[in-house]
Structure formats: structure tokens, C-alpha cells
Design a protein around this ligand. Structure first.
Ligand SMILES: Cc1ncc(COP(=O)(O)O)c(C=O)c1O
Length: 412
């Protein structure tokens, strides 16, 4: 698939050439697109604070840039070692979005200065609670050591009929009664303190809506029916848990659902990350259009046949159910496609089409990853560019930011 992002990438490519940035592969982050996307997320959230999903960035400098915006509040992290690493580097509010079973790291959380106040762990059952209590038994909370902050994850997948279910398999806590029961279990353990709830409606936030035909219509209907179901169940569960504990935060949603999640009175903050980057999968939403902010440039290294050019690398296939939508988007030049029998290869990626005839060894083909954060695991850093591309405001290289990987920090 190709996109309308081409002219901007072409201008960025010329600017990189002018400034002597010729190494490939190269990952280029368009700061203008990133900042415009941040403003758009802020607009869509309508005043509800946005917690930045770090898995969708995995670049500390970009997290900091997003956190400097008044519409944002804190980080939604993906592993506990990552959360501690971020706190040690100055982030003071981290909600860990997924449960952890890292006993040693939970102990570190208790012992490192300042981390207990900054990090909230996600739980959805007593097994995690018992593990945390056992792991920290000899480190009892006291005057100097506050309890571990925990949040309950509520499952808000949509199950309109027996055997029919839309959404991710996440928490076993589905009802207000179950949430309140888990809240009481937490209250019974002095080593823990319940401070929040989170419910992620992946069947709305993570499912695109531009598919054509009956399937697309069915998806849009599912999303429309699911919204009031999510809102009702989230409100009931939050009310039931508030009978047991004061909640500092109720987190929900993602880039794909900001408007509907932020509109729920029970929600105190929304989560978003991918919308800052605008990866390939996010071309498929109707109500918002992020600007592509991350461009991956690969070298043409050979021309094996007419209308075929081969790139070095390119096999950056996204996680999730395998399918063509997990492949990178070939953004520039326009009109190229993958070879059906090879697709995006580990070290070699042939691209096909009449446009390939014009490519020479040493030229660059620009891809966009299907997902926002995963490219950061393939490169040490992003070259930053900005500028309107006019004579008055030319596109220029602004610097470079290391990815998590570039900082030697690979968490998943
Ligand atoms: C718990 C949670 N919240 C929010 C999100 C949304 O993140 P994004 O805005 O990057 O789609 C995700 C993504 O998977 C998630 O797991």
C-alpha cells in the first residue's frame, strides 16, 4: 500500500541528502508531524488528561516532549523494569499497564528511593496480590516506606451473546461485584494501597473502521454498540470500587477511542501513544487522521530484474494477528508493492512495480511501520527533522534522539 505521505517524505529525503545524512537504514522523526499529532490528541481528549503510552514511543526524549504539553499527565508503561528506569531518569508518575511477575524488580521498587510513590502496578486477581505481599514481606511498609500502589484492571471487552466476544483477553474482572471484591482483597493487605482503575476498550480503540463491504459495516456496528456497554460497565465498576477505596485515577481508552472515552464521567484520564507517530495501521480510522511522523529509509542494493528493486532489510513486521496489515507501508516512491512470496524480508526486501525501473543502487525507499513503537527496537536512534519545506522555513535536521534500545534498554 502507498500513501499520500509521499511529498513530505520526498522533501525530508532531499533535506537529509543536503545535510549529508546518507547512512541507511535510517529512522527519521518529523517533529512538526509529532507536535501536530500531539495537539490533535489534546483537542480530541477535550480537557481530559492524556497519559502517554510509552510502548508506542520507546524513545525517552519523545516521551519528555509529549509530557511537556499541558494536556498530558504521566506515562503508561509496559514493563516494571522500564517503569523503574524511567523514574530514575526523572519521570514521576508511571502507571504500569500490564501485570508483572518480576519478584526481584518488585523488591527493587520498594528499595529504590522515590519509586514507590511514582509507580502504580496493575492487578486483576489475588495471585498478583499474594505475590507482591510475599515478595516484600521482609520490607514491611512503615513510616519511611509507603505501601505499593496498585490499580485494578477491569475487562471491558464486548460480549453481546454467549460465545461472541470482541476485545482483548485481559482481566478476569468483568463486573462491578468482582471489582469491589478485589478492592476489598487489596484493602485487607496493608502492604498494598488501591489508587486506581484501568479499562482498555481495545475493540473500539484498536480496531480500524475503514474496511469496506459487509465486514467493515459489521465492525462499525460492533464499535457503535460496544461504546454504551463500556461506559455503563466502567461507571458501575468505578462506583462500586469507590465504596471501598478513594481512587486517584480511572484510566481508559487509546488513540482510537479518545473522544468516546474522555466523554465518560467515570474516566479521569485517557491513554494514547500511537497517535503521536501515526503508523500505518492508524491510516484506517474515520474520525481522525494522524500525520505520519516516523519514516524508515532503506537502501536499494540491487536490481535483480525489470521492475524489481531489492532493499537491504525491511522485515519489520508488526505484532498481532499475522496478515497483510502487519506489513510496513511503502510510502515513497509511490506505486511500489511487495513481492507476494517474499513480502518484507529479514535482510532483503524486493519491491515491485513500474516505479522500480527508476530506482538505482544507492537510492532510498521509504517505509512506515504498521505500529508506532516497534521500530524503536530496530534502531539506535531517530534523526529529528522539522520545517515547513518552504524557502522561509526549510526542512532541517534538528538533532538525534536515542531509542530505548539505543540507550541499551530493551524491555520486551
Ligand atoms: C492498556 C492500554 N491502554 C491504551 C493503549 C493504547 O495505546 P495507543 O494509543 O498507542 O493505541 C493500549 C495499547 O495497546 C493499551 O494496552
Amino acid at each position: 500500500m502507498t500513501t499520500a505521505a509521499g511529498p513530505r517524505i520526498a522533501a525530508i529525503a532531499r533535506a537529509l541528502d543536503d545535510e549529508g545524512y546518507r547512512e541507511r537504514p535510517i529512522a527519521v522523526l518529523d517533529l512538526d508531524a509529532f507536535d501536530a499529532n500531539l495537539e490533535d490528541l489534546a483537542r480530541r481528549a477535550g480537557g481530559t488528561p492524556i497519559r502517554i503510552a510509552s510502548k508506542s514511543l520507546r524513545v525517552r526524549g519523545l516521551l519528555e516532549r509529549a509530557l511537556a504539553h499541558p494536556a498530558t499527565r504521566g506515562v503508561l508503561a509496559f514493563t516494571l523494569p522500564e517503569a523503574l528506569w524511567l523514574v530514575q531518569r526523572g519521570v514521576d508518575d508511571v502507571l504500569l499497564a500490564y501485570p508483572t511477575a518480576e519478584i526481584g524488580v518488585i523488591r527493587s521498587l520498594c528499595m529504590l528511593p522515590g519509586t514507590l510513590e511514582a509507580v502504580t502496578l496493575m492487578v486483576d486477581g489475588t495471585a498478583q496480590l499474594d505475590m507482591m505481599v510475599a515478595a516484600t514481606r521482609d520490607l514491611r511498609p512503615g513510616r519511611d516506606r509507603p505501601p505499593l500502589r496498585v490499580a485494578i484492571e477491569l475487562d471491558v471487552s464486548y460480549a453481546p451473546a454467549p460465545g461472541l466476544r470482541f476485545g482483548a483477553h485481559r482481566s478476569p474482572v468483568r463486573t462491578a461485584e468482582q471489582a469491589a471484591a478485589l478492592a476489598r482483597e487489596i484493602a485487607a493487605r496493608p502492604a498494598l494501597r488501591l489508587v486506581g482503575m484501568m479499562a482498555y476498550e481495545g475493540q473500539i480503540a484498536g480496531v480500524t473502521d475503514t474496511a469496506r463491504g459487509p465486514y467493515g459495516a459489521a465492525v462499525r456496528t460492533m464499535k457503535r454498540l460496544s461504546r454504551p456497554d463500556v461506559a455503563r460497565r466502567r461507571a458501575e465498576a468505578v462506583a462500586a470500587v469507590r465504596e471501598v477505596a478513594d481512587l486517584e485515577l480511572v484510566n481508559g481508552g487509546g488513540t482510537g477511542s479518545l473522544e468516546s472515552t474522555a466523554a465518560e464521567p467515570a474516566v479521569t484520564e485517557v491513554a494514547a501513544g500511537s497517535g503521536l507517530i501515526g503508523p500505518g495501521l492508524f491510516d484506517g480510522y474515520r474520525d481522525f487522521t494522524p500525520r505520519p511522523a516516523l519514516h524508515l529509509g532503506l537502501s536499494v542494493v540491487r536490481r535483480p530484474a525489470r521492475e524489481v528493486a531489492t532493499l537491504l532489510g525491511g522485515g519489520w513486521v508488526a505484532s498481532g494477528p499475522p496478515g497483510p496489515d502487519r506489513l510496513p507501508t511503502i510510502a515513497h516512491p509511490a506505486g511500489l508493492r511487495f513481492a507476494p512470496q517474499e513480502a518484507a524480508g529479514e535482510v532483503q526486501t524486493p519491491v515491485l512495480g513500474p516505479e522500480a525501473e527508476r530506482l538505482r543502487v544507492g537510492d532510498t525507499v521509504w517505509l512506515r511501520h504498521a505500529k508506532a513503537g516497534e521500530p524503536a527496537e530496530h534502531t539506535n536512534g531517530y534523526v529529528l527533522v522539522a520545517g515547513a519545506g518552504t524557502d522561509a522555513d526549510p526542512i532541517r535536521v534538528q538533532g538525534w534522539l536515542p531509542t530505548y534500545r539505543g540507550e541499551g534498554a530493551v524491555f520486551l
